[in-house]
Ligand binder design. Structure first.
Ligand SMILES: [Zn+2]
Length: 503
């Protein structure tokens, strides 16, 4: 029998609104927080009582940017730039069957909930184009685990190799043929699949909803972006795109469009309050002002930026300009773990390489706010998740104060951001229901999930052996070409120690 009311008693709250480890009780009505008050808070007699003694309660962390389809590809590359990672696309989800898509999303969701993440923006890639069935399978995986998700099919109408002018021409003849042309009707097919998926979506949109993710501005024709905008307006869904993640992207964009990538997307009408820009590392003050004016949100992924060596995003400048910023982990192939505690900590640390003036740095409370409220806004869920407050969904993470990170317990926000690595996540509640309880998953069996993944990987490894040889052969060409591009003079500088060049 499920009860209408739940009351969480005896816990200490870190709510981003003044409580920093103070004792407080939470009354939950169905899936929503009704009231928060001092110990002994009045609750209906039949309310289910949850004991949170020795627990620190924080809002569920919200992952503003990830790619669930590559959750099988852990350990795929090492000294890879973003472009070498994109070159390796054939090794990730290209051989997926429908059930693999479901399983990959499930694995990503499992990792996230076990790490105290209660919602994510997943830019899931299907090859060669998204399918309504694939999106439904991914959505179902998230619903089964119990995490909230915005599932955005990653789309392009050309391959990575075709998207960078001159790259294919720089390849030896033998390789050129093998990177072949993409299907010419990719754009129409992708839009049609999304339209069908949006029309037929059966899941509760408060839990799992769709959005659109045209991947990288110059990987999609102008008309394709316009079609995405029309479809997003028609169904009231968000658009999420990678924006100036690497210097290569910024340079190519400037060559192709004669303006910044942000200006280009804005000229197509893409940027608005429902637009999330992933990364935004190589943006200038004008781009930041533009994104802020349009009410867009940036998904900042510090772990990924460091892993792929793309430089450090100017997050403080974004916040100073009034631009909304959320925090994401990015994917298993480029930030390795989907760990939001790690992402928060690195957001703080990375902010400190720009200036010796601490007024220009992010602090623990800033990082926590970005990883909850900021990310919730990126997902289009800003009015319902990301806060422990009346009227918000009861998405609550219980951290065990007996863990070493909290001995002694001095300052909740700082210890959560600077000491915590996810090891203290004891229980995770999403919409008033536990998905992790006393350190164990409630909605899935980890051993069974592992067995299914290993079995699937035996097949996928065998099927991708040939592609692996191609990817390896392409690596030196792609690397040489893209590193040369990134050495072109550009008016933005995002590498530490890089000498500003005249332009
Ligand atoms: Zn991404």
């Amino acid at each position: 029998m499920s009860r209408r009311y739940t009351v969480i008693r005896g816990g200490r709250l870190l709510d981003g609104a003044g409580r920093n480890g103070d004792f407080a009780d939470i009354l939950i009505d169905g899936d929503t927080i009704r009231t928060i008050g001092p110990a002994g808070l009045a609750a209906p007699d039949d309310a289910l009582v949850v004991d949170a003694s020795d627990r620190l309660l924080i809002p569920g962390l919200v992952n503003a940017h990830t790619h669930g389809d590559v959750s099988f590809a852990k350990g795929l590359g090492d000294k890879w730039t973003l472009e070498l990672l994109l070159n390796a696309n054939p090794l990730t989800s290209e051989r997926f069957r429908l059930e693999d898509k479901h399983l990959a999303a499930k694995l990503a969701a499992a990792e996230m909930v076990l790490g105290g993440c209660t919602a994510c923006y997943d830019l899931f890639s299907e090859f060669p184009v998204p399918s309504a069935d694939g999106l439904a399978a991914v959505g179902r995986a998230y619903a089964e685990i119990g995490i909230r998700a915005v599932v955005a099919p990653l789309m392009a109408d050309r391959s990575f190799w075709q998207a960078i002018p001159g790259l294919i021409e720089a390849m030896p003849e033998a390789l050129r043929a093998r990177v072949g042309p993409a299907t010419t009707d990719a754009a129409d097919a992708a839009i049609e699949s999304c339209r069908r998926a949006l029309k037929e979506w059966r899941l509760d949109r408060d839990q799992v909803r769709l959005a659109l993710a045209p991947t990288i501005p110059y990987h999609c024709a102008a008309d394709f972006f316009r079609s995405c905008r029309r479809l997003a307006d028609e169904y009231g869904v968000g658009i999420h795109s990678h924006l100036a993640e690497s210097k290569v992207q910024a340079v190519v964009g400037r060559h192709k469009f004669g303006m910044s990538l942000a200006r280009h997307l804005d000229s197509l009408g893409v940027i608005g309050p429902d637009f999330t820009a992933a990364h935004a590392v190589w943006v200038d003050a004008d781009d930041i002002a533009l994104l802020a004016d349009r009410g867009a949100t940036v998904a900042h992924n510090p772990t990924s930026n460091l892993r792929l060596g793309v430089g450090a995003a100017p997050v403080k400048a974004m916040l100073d300009a009034g631009l909304g910023v959320g925090v994401g982990t990015d994917a298993a192939t480029c930030s390795d773990s989907l760990n939001m505690f790690e992402a928060m900590r690195l957001a703080c640390y990375l902010s400190r390489i720009h200036s010796p003036d601490p007024a220009q740095w992010l602090g623990a409370e800033d990082a926590l706010r970005l990883a909850t409220e900021g990310s919730a806004r990126a997902l289009g869920f800003g009015d319902r998740i990301g806060q422990l407050a009346p009227g918000f969904k009861a998405d609550v993470v219980f951290l065990d104060l007996g863990r070493i990170a909290y001995v002694p317990f001095n300052h909740a926000a700082r210890q959560v951001v600077f000491q915590e690595n996810g090891a203290s996540v004891d229980s995770v509640m999403i919409g008033g229901a536990f998905v992790v309880r006393d350190g164990r998953p409630v909605s899935f069996d980890l051993a069974k999930l592992r067995a299914e993944v290993e079995q699937t990987m035996d097949r996928i490894r065998a099927e991708t052996a040939e592609s692996a040889a191609l990817v390896k052969a392409l690596e030196p060409v792609v690397s040489r070409f893209c590193v040369a591009l990134s050495q072109e003079p550009f008016h933005v500088h995002r590498y530490v120690g890089e000498a500003p060049r005249a332009h």
